[in-house]
Design a protein around this ligand. Structure first.
Ligand SMILES: O=C(O)CCC(=O)C(=O)O
Length: 263
């Protein structure tokens, strides 16, 4: 039973496939994560960089020209596009394990279900850069079941001009649109159709605000034409019993907790 989110909020989430939660990070907690991610990008964090996937931003905004998606440091710069495996960083892990997120996962996967991080990633649109991310749904064909929820936290104001996430409300109900693509990207024809949708909307957020995203919700994001970076932390939580044919190990975030009183 959810205590932190109201039935109306859950109805909104089920209908539209997304839900804005408002400000979840206090100013102090926000400043801590902003500083931490900059330290990681600049090579100043006391972490084993070999455990983190780090991808540089695209020089021209094109998705296919973004840097290699591989483990390890790629140089001291704020121009990273993606940093994954942040569950290995204590500051980000503490945030991911907040009771609010535990409760949301319990509502989605069922009380007591162990929950792992499929991915915990920093998604960045550096000032006057950024990479266009095409329309897609978040699913991966090598998993034996689909992860259902992503919790996306704005670490900077996210606006249309700096490349906030754009969604098509309710599109999660259409099911998987391109089951042939390993990670849920649409075909060219499907993407053209999605782009002409008059129903799409931009998820503009203040820094520290959070939005829940159903993993089948159609979404994309553009480049950044402003002086302000668009940093965000996006965590896809999945049932920890999920099996991957790629032999990957996933970090447990919430243990199998049968207690009714964990919130
Ligand atoms: O942050 C973005 O621009 C998009 C991120 C995304 O696709 C995700 O979090 O699943």
């Amino acid at each position: 039973m959810s205590t932190l989110l109201s039935p109306e909020q859950w109805q909104h989430y089920e209908r539209d496939g997304y839900l804005k939660l408002g400000k979840v990070l206090s100013d102090d907690a926000l400043a801590t994560l902003q500083q931490r991610i900059n330290d990681i990008m600049l090579g100043k964090a006391d972490i084993d960089y070999g455990r983190f996937l780090m991808q540089l931003d695209s020089p021209d905004g094109q998705y296919n020209n973004a840097g290699a998606q591989s483990k390890g440091f790629k140089g001291a710069t704020l121009a990273y596009r993606k940093i994954q495996d942040l569950e290995h960083d204590p500051e980000f892990m503490v945030y991911m394990q907040r009771p609010l997120f535990r409760e949301i996962c319990a509502c989605i996967y069922g009380q007591g279900t162990p929950v792992a991080a499929f991915r915990a990633m920093f998604m960045n649109k550096p000032a006057h850069q950024g990479t266009l991310l095409p329309w897609h749904q978040d699913r991966w064909s090598y998993l034996d079941r689909d992860p259902l929820i992503t919790i996306w936290t704005a670490l900077d104001p996210a606006t249309v001009a700096n490349g906030c996430v754009e969604v098509i409300p309710g599109s999660h109900k259409r099911g998987l649109l391109n089951s042939k693509h390993v990670s849920g990207f649409l075909t060219e024809e499907q993407a053209v159709e999605a782009s002409s949708s008059e129903e799409s909307m931009y998820l503009e957020l203040q820094a520290g605000e959070v939005v829940l995203l159903h993993n089948w919700l159609l979404h994309r994001s553009d480049t950044n034409s402003t002086d302000i970076a668009r940093r965000a932390f996006s965590v896809c939580y999945m049932d920890a019993r999920t099996k991957s044919s790629q032999d990957e190990n996933y970090t447990l975030i919430f243990e199998d907790d049968k207690s009714e009183n964990y919130a």
